[in-house]
Design a binder for this molecule. Sequence first.
Ligand code: BGC
Ligand code: BGC
Length: 632
Amino acid sequence: MLCGLVCTVAPVGICAPPVTHPQQWPAARSAGLIDPGSEARITELLRQMSLEEQVGQVIQTDIGGVTPEDLRRYPLGSILAGGDSGPHGDERAAPAVWLALAHEFRAVSVERRAGHTPIPVLFGIDAVHGHNNIAGAAIYPHNIGLGAAHDPQLLERIGAATAEEVAVTGIDWAFAPTLAVPQDVRWGRSYEGYAQDPQLVARYATAMVVGLQGPSSLNGKLQAGHVAATAKHFLGDGGTAQGEDQGDDQINEEELIARHAQGYPAAIDAGVLTVMASYSSWQGQKMHGNRALLTEVLKGRMGFAGFVVGDWNAHAQLSGCKPGRCAAAFNAGVDMFMAPYAWKELYASTLAQVRSGEISRERLEDAVRRILRVKMKLGLFESARPYEGRTELIGSGAHRALAREAVRKSLVLLKNDGVLPIPSGARVLVTGPGARDIGMQCGGWTISWQGTGNSNTDFPHAESIYDGIRSAVRAGGGTVVDDADPRPDVAVVVFGEQPYAETSGDRKLAVDNLRAPLGQLRALRKQGIPVVAVFLSGRPLWSNPEINASNAFVAAWLPGTEGGGVADVLVGDASGRARTDFTGRLSFVWPATVFPAMPGSPKGAILFPLEYGSSYAHPAPVAHLSENPAPR
Ligand code: BGC
Ligand code: BGC
C-alpha cells in the first residue's frame, strides 16, 4: 500500500499501518450509556434533523472564533474554551460572565424557529486540576502530585468538587482525566499523568470518572452537579520516543496494551462519556487516522458507546488533510472534530463529503447518535440546572480544604536529617523564587494555557507557601523573617520549574536548567543555617547537588492554590512534634543522572524507585550523592 504517512517501520514510501489484534486487548463495556428509551428518542431526533444539522453536530469550535449568532447559520454540536480563551477575550472574566456566555450559546441552540431542530450545544473546557481556567477556582495539585498520594478516594472527591465548579459556570464537560502513563520525563506533559504504574492509572481513572460524572447509573448528571469526563489522549500519549510531545510510540502492540491502555477499560466500565484522540502516533501512524485502534479496539473490543473527540486541530496533521477538510479522521472513528480554525470550511467540506459518499451516511449517523447519547445522559435536554450561578462554590472553603488535604498527601520526602519538622516557635526564613509565587505553585493550565503571565492577584482565595508557613509558625509563637535576617533558626527555600504546558515544556535532559538556588542553598549552609528545600516541578529532575546542599528535600510537585498544605506537614507543633506525617510516595522514578530514568531503567539510572518516600515515622537513611551529572 502506498501512502503519505511518515513511516518508521517500513522502507520509505511503502507504509503499511501497524497490525492490530483487537482480540488481544482488554474487553470493557460502557456502563449506563445505552438504554432503550434514550435510543428511541435519538432515533426520532435523527429523523427530524436535516443533513446540515447532523453535520453540524460533529463539529466543535473555540469560543474565541464563534459567536452565539453564528450558531443560527452553523448548527454546531459543541463549543470549547481552549487554554487561552475566555469570554469576549477576557481570561480573567468573573464566573457570572462565563455563565452568561454559556447561556447565550445555549439559547440559540435550543431556539424554536422554522427548519431548526432544537439540540442544546455542549460546552467543554480543560478543567484538569480544578476548574483551572476560572480565576478564583480551587486549584488542586497537578496529576503527578495526586499520583504520589496513592489515594483513589481522594481523587473521586476532587472530581466531584471540580464538577461542581464547572457546573456553576454553565459548562457541561471537562477534558479530564488524562490517562497517560509517561515514560520519558523530558515530555512537557509529564505532570498531566498520574503515574508510571499502569495499575495506579487504572484505579485513578475509575475514581476520577465517577467523581466528575457521578455513578454510571446516574442520568441527568448536570442536574446533580456533575459533568461529562474525557479519557485522554487515546492512545500512547505518554510513550513517545525521547518524550517528544505529539511524537511517535516506537513500541510493539503488547507494550502499547500493557503500559498505555490500562486506564481506558477502567474509565469505560465507569461510564466515561467521551474519549479524546491523541496527537501522537504509533509506529509512524497518527492516532487520529488509526481506524483499527479508534474503531475496532476502542468502540469494538472495549465497547465504548460514548463519542470520540479529536484534539485541537489535530485532524489537520493527517496526510491529505487540512484544518478545513479531513474525512480520514472522521472515517477512522473521530466522532467530533475539535476545530478551532477553519470550522466553517470544515462544515462545508464535511457536508460535501457526506453528499458525495466519501463519508457514509451510516458513519455520520453513528457519530451523531453517540453525541446525542452523551447529551441525553448528561441531562442537557432538561432545563433545570440547580448548580448554575452558585458562584459561592467557586473556590469555596470546602473545596480549598480538599485541595489542601491533597497537597499534604502529595508531598514526597526525599531527604531529612532531622531538621523537619520545624518547631512552630522557630524563627524561619522563607525564601527562594517559588516562596510567594502562586502561579509557579500552580504550573501550566492555570488561567492561561501555559500558566505564565499570572500574578498573585489572579488568585483571590489562594495561599502562597510563604503565607502558609507564616500562619503555621505564628500559631506556635514563631516568626517568619526575610533574607536580611542575620540568624534564622532554619531556612525554607522554595524553587523549581517555571510554568509551561505541552510542547514548550519539552526538555533535552532530565534536569532543571534554573540552577540559581544552588548557590543560595550552599551559602545558607555555610552560615550554619539548616536548609529545607521545597522543590516545585512537573516531573522528577536530577537534583543531586541541591539534595546534598539541603538538610531536607521535599518534592512538592505543582501543588496548586493551597500552599498551607505544605506548612501542615513541614511545620510541627511548638515542641517540634509533627502535626501531619509525610504519606506521599513517588509515582514516577527519580533519576540519578541528567538522563531520564524510567521504570525498568538500569539500577544506576534510578536514584529513588517507584513508591519511595521517607517519613517522620520511618526515616530513610541519608547519604551523600554523586554530583557527576552523567556518570558512565
Ligand atoms: C490538548 C488537549 C486539550 C485541548 C483543548 C490540546 O492541545 O492536547 O489536552 O484538551 O488542547 O485545550
Ligand atoms: C489553546 C489550547 C490548545 C493549544 C494547542 C492553544 O492556543 O489555547 O487550548 O491546547 O493551543 O496548540
